[in-house]
Design a protein around this ligand. Structure first.
Ligand code: MN3
Length: 334
């Protein structure tokens, strides 16, 4: 085989391997949710809309390290990763969840831990349904309504635009693991209900399987993803990280200009980190001590930079500060 043929074959193999995301099998037929959701809507929604998100997501991750990453983890930084990942990754995740919580023979009430949590948080299942319907009705344009588990393991209701969801950085203060999502894009209901979103929202409870939602709740409550979301929501830590990355990496390549001009910013970000609230899972003595070390280390570095200390001294000081920062990162991961 000549080199050209060989590389074409290799390309085909790598192409086949890299299409990592695919439509999850539907557990019921297109007409199984009639009369509440019609067969034509189901078929178009699944084979065209959802398939479209899958195809575009595969294109977006192809050849990048994201091709190896689980989707839920990828979505934690969806906004930072750009619109292709945010819209299509969100579209794939959201619809996969949606199909899985619908059933022609649904359990009409939650069970186990979820039943208890709903009672404690909303008073009753009816109040929760009402809260979800309000969130879904008020969502202007396309989007979703959510029931999700927050990083401090509470239940909460929200809505999001487009294909966003509570996993994402884009969700701001309303973050967590979604366990129930209602699609309120017109493509989810227009053929049968036209503009009457309220009628669709009234009907959907007839095919909503609370057994699945109860399982999702138990999984979410013990998921390591909650800690990752909580850490990602710690914006003061992210802000410090940004300046650290933008000064440390150039220094590694011999460019000392960023650290010499921005050392004061590191002091400022370290002080902001110390004075802003620490998320509850990370509010430990070890982390507070490390944040103090970060302030002292960055002040020392800043002094050195102002005195125009030589490169090797600046490097030692920044290396030490970088180590302290990674200590904090490490402490946050377990
Ligand atoms: Mn949809």
């Amino acid at each position: 085989m000549n080199v050209l043929k060989m590389s074409v074959v290799m390309l085909m193999i790598s192409h086949a391997v890299s299409a990592q995301f695919s439509l999850p099998p539907l557990e019921y037929s297109y007409n199984a949710l009639e009369p509440y959701i019609d067969a034509m809507t189901m078929e178009i929604h699944y084979t065209k809309h959802h398939q479209g998100y899958v195809n575009n997501l595969n294109k977006a991750v192809e050849g990048t390290r994201l091709a190896e990453m689980p989707l839920d983890e990828m979505l934690i930084n969806a906004e930072a990763r750009g619109t292709a990942i945010r819209n299509n990754g969100g579209g794939h995740y959201n619809h996969s969840l949606f199909w899985s919580i619908l059933s022609p023979e649904p359990d009409k009430t939650p069970n186990g831990n979820l039943a208890t949590a709903i009672q404690a948080t909303f008073g009753s299942l009816d109040s929760l349904k009402k809260a979800l319907n309000i969130a879904a009705t008020k969502r202007f344009g396309s989007g979703w309504a959510w029931l999700y588990v927050t990083p401090d393991k509470k239940l909460a209701v929200s809505s999001s635009p487009n294909q966003d969801n509570p996993l994402m950085d884009a969700a701001g203060s309303e973050r967590g693991i979604p366990i129930l999502g209602i699609d309120v894009w017109e493509h989810a209901y227009y053929l049968k209900y036209q503009n009457k979103r309220g009628d669709y929202l009234g009907a959907i409870w007839n095919v909503l399987d609370w057994e699945r939602v109860s399982e999702n709740y138990d999984k979410a409550m013990s998921s390591p993803l909650l800690l990752k979301i909580e850490k990602d929501s710690w914006t003061a830590l992210k802000d410090f990280h940004k300046v650290m990355a933008q000064t440390y990496h150039p220094m590694e390549e011999g460019n000392f200009t960023p650290i010499r001009t921005r050392s004061g910013e590191l002091v400022e970000k370290a002080e902001l980190l110390a004075s802003s609230p620490i998320p509850s899972s990370f509010n430990t003595t070890a982390i507070k001590t490390a944040i103090n070390d970060l302030i002292m280390g960055s002040k020392k570095l800043h002094k050195l930079a102002l005195k125009k200390g030589n490169d090797s001294k600046v490097k030692d000081s920044l290396d030490a500060l970088h180590d302290v920062f990674h200590t904090i990162q490490g402490l946050c991961s377990h």
